[in-house]
Design a protein around this ligand. Sequence first.
Ligand code: ZN
Length: 80
Amino acid sequence: MAVKKKSAKLHRCPTCGMLVRLTDEDFPFCSDRCRKIDLGKWASGVYRISSPILDPEVLEDLGGLDGDRSGGHNGDIDDE
Ligand SMILES: [Zn+2]
């Protein structure tokens, strides 16, 4: 036989480097967790661009709306 006896083809998880079987349901990752970590690397780059939620100006704006509500609207309701 010319075919060499190969050890089962092994693949390493790109996230943690653990050996992964081709038959593993999470292939090419060793686990669902590592798959999400890898996806997170890409997602974090996107979120950084489109996340104005942490912008101090936005937080200030929300605070302003809250203060305005307790003032004018309350008067309108009481007037009824
Ligand atoms: Zn892994």
